[in-house]
Design a protein around this ligand. Structure first.
Ligand SMILES: [Fe+2]
Ligand SMILES: [Fe+2]
Length: 462
C-alpha cells in the first residue's frame, strides 16, 4: 500500500526513529552550572519535544495501523507488518510491546480470514507473548496480570494444535506449538518481569519489603519518571496547605478523622493530620512505580488495555503501602481517583473509603487535580490551566467529583492568593532540585551526599 510517495515501511521506520528519539529525550539531564531559569526552559523544551513526537506518532499510527481491516490486507502487507512488530518487540529491550501486540492481533485475524494455519499458530504465540511482556505486575512475589486470562487463552489454543503436530510438516510451526505448550506452565509467568523488578527479589541487601520499598520503589519513580516525582512533592505540599487551612478555619469538618472526635482534638492534633496528608501526597501515585512501562515512556497515546493498567496504580500503591503498615496512606493511594460522591472515578467497583480516612483522601484528591492540571513544565504543558481556571473547575465539581468542604477553602481570598503566588515558583524549584539531583546521582558521575539528604527530605525516612 502506498500513501503518497511514502511507502508503508518508510512510515514504520519513521515510527521507530521517533521512539528512539523519545528514549534519548527521556535520558535528558541538564548540564551543570545552569541558572534555574535556563534549567526550567530546558526541561520544558524537552517535554515539548516529546509531546510533539507523540502527536506525530499518534497521527502515524492512525494512518497506517488503526482501523486497518484484516480482510483487506495483502500478503506483502501482512509480512511487512510482521517485520515491523518484530522490530518493536525484542524480549529484553522492547521499543513498543503494546503496538507489537496490536499488530499480532491484527495478523491473527488476517490468518483466520485467509485460513493460513501456519501463520495462525505462530500469531497465537506472538499475541500471547507480547501481551505477557506488556503487562507483568508483580506484588508480594506473585504475578498479578490483569490480562492473564487472555494470555492463557492464546497459549492454550496454540498448544491445542499439539494434537495435529504430526500432520504439520513445517518445522517452524511445530516449534511454535511447542512454545505455546511451554507457556501453559504457570511458573513461566514468574520469569518474565522486567529487569528492575527481578533485581528487587535477587538483591542480597534487600531482606525486607520495607527496604525494597525504599530502595527501588521510591528511587524508581525518581529515576524513571521525574515528572511524577515532582508531582508527588507538589501534591504533598498543596495537600498540607489545604489541611492546615481546614484545621485552622473549620476543624469540626475533620472530626471523625483518625480517631479525633471533635474540633478541639482536631486542633490539638492538627500537625499529625497535616503530616499524614503530606505523606499521602508523596505516596498517592506510588503504584505507578510498578507500571512505569506505561507512563510517558512510550511515544504515543496509550492503548485502552494500557490505560486500564495505569488505572491499577491505585490498587498497586495501596498494596505497597499496606506492606509497610501505613493504612491512611494506603487508603489515599487506593481512593484518590474516586469521586467524592462515590459515583465516578476508579477503581470500580471498590468498597467505599472508611469515614476515618475520607477527608484525608478528599484533600489529596483536590491537591492532585490542582497540580496535574496546572503543571506547564514537564507534564501537560500543552493544555495546562491557570490556577484560577482550575479553582473554577473545582467549584463546578464541588459536591460530585470534589468534596465541597475542601473546595470551599478557596473562598478565603487570602488563602487563594497565597497558593496562587507560591504554586509556580515552588514547582520550578522542585523541578530544578530533582533534575539537579538526578544529574548528581545518575548522570554526572560525581559523588555527593546531597542526594540522600534531599531524598530523606522528600520522603521522610521512607
Ligand atoms: Fe493517581
Ligand atoms: Fe497524582
Amino acid at each position: 500500500m502506498q500513501q503518497g510517495a511514502v511507502t508503508m515501511s518508510e512510515y514504520y521506520e519513521r515510527y521507530i526513529d521517533n521512539l528512539e528519539q523519545i528514549q534519548k529525550l527521556m535520558q535528558f539531564r541538564p548540564k551543570e552550572g545552569l541558572s534555574a531559569e535556563r534549567m526550567i526552559t530546558e526541561i520544558r523544551d524537552n517535554a515539548r519535544q516529546r509531546h510533539e513526537i507523540c502527536l506525530a506518532n499518534d497521527r502515524l499510527l492512525e494512518n497506517v495501523l488503526f482501523g486497518r481491516e484484516p480482510a483487506s490486507l495483502k500478503k506483502e502487507e501482512a509480512q511487512e507488518l510482521a517485520r515491523f512488530a518484530d522490530r518493536l518487540f525484542l524480549q529484553e529491550d522492547s521499543l513498543d510491546t503494546g503496538i507489537a501486540h496490536y499488530i499480532h492481533r491484527l495478523l491473527l485475524e488476517y490468518a483466520r480470514k485467509t485460513q493460513d494455519l501456519k501463520l495462525y499458530i505462530r500469531e497465537l504465540y506472538q499475541a500471547g507473548i507480547t501481551l505477557l511482556h506488556v503487562k507483568p505486575i508483580v506484588l508480594h512475589g506473585q504475578v498479578r496480570n490483569p490480562f492473564r486470562d487472555q494470555i492463557t487463552a492464546y497459549f492454550e489454543e496454540g498448544a491445542s494444535y499439539l494434537d495435529r503436530y504430526d500432520e504439520i510438516e513445517d518445522e517452524e510451526t511445530r516449534d511454535f506449538i511447542l512454545r505455546c505448550c511451554e507457556k501453559r506452565d504457570e511458573k513461566e509467568y514468574l520469569y518474565v518481569f522486567p529487569q528492575e523488578r527481578r533485581q528487587w527479589w535477587e538483591d542480597p541487601e534487600v531482606d525486607s519489603e520495607r527496604k525494597a520499598f525504599e530502595k527501588y520503589v521510591l528511587k524508581g519513580i525518581l529515576t524513571y519518571h521525574p515528572p511524577t516525582y515532582v508531582h508527588s512533592k507538589m501534591v504533598a505540599w498543596i495537600g498540607e496547605m489545604l489541611c492546615r487551612r481546614m484545621v485552622a478555619a473549620a476543624p469540626e469538618k475533620l472530626a471523625g478523622t483518625m480517631g479525633l472526635t471533635d474540633a478541639e482534638s482536631v486542633r490539638r492534633e492538627g500537625e499529625t493530620l497535616c503530616r499524614q496528608v503530606y505523606e499521602g501526597g508523596l505516596c498517592h501515585d506510588l503504584g505507578k512505580s510498578r507500571i512505569l512501562n506505561y507512563i510517558g515512556l512510550y511515544g504515543r497515546k496509550l492503548l485502552d488495555e494500557e490505560f486500564a493498567c495505569v488505572k491499577l496504580h491505585t490498587v498497586l500503591g495501596c498494596s505497597l503501602l499496606r506492606v509497610v503498615g501505613a493504612e491512611p496512606l494506603a487508603r489515599i493511594a487506593l481512593h484518590h481517583h474516586q469521586w467524592a460522591d462515590g459515583k465516578g472515578g476508579y477503581p470500580y467497583p471498590c468498597d467505599p473509603c472508611p469515614e476515618e480516612y475520607r477527608m484525608l483522601v478528599d484533600i489529596v484528591s483536590v491537591a492532585d487535580s490542582i497540580d496535574a492540571a496546572t503543571d506547564n513544565i514537564g507534564r501537560s504543558y500543552a493544555s495546562a490551566k491557570t490556577f484560577g481556571q482550575l479553582v473554577e473547575e473545582l467549584r463546578e465539581g464541588a459536591g460530585t467529583r470534589y468534596r465541597k468542604d475542601v473546595t470551599e477553602l478557596f473562598d478565603d481570598e487570602e488563602f487563594y492568593r497565597e497558593m496562587e503566588r507560591e504554586l509556580i515558583p515552588r514547582r520550578q524549584r522542585i523541578y530544578c532540585q530533582v533534575y539537579g539531583l538526578m544529574r548528581q546521582e545518575y548522570g554526572g558521575g560525581r559523588e555527593t551526599g546531597n542526594g540522600s539528604s534531599e531524598w530523606t527530605a522528600a520522603f521522610g525516612e521512607g
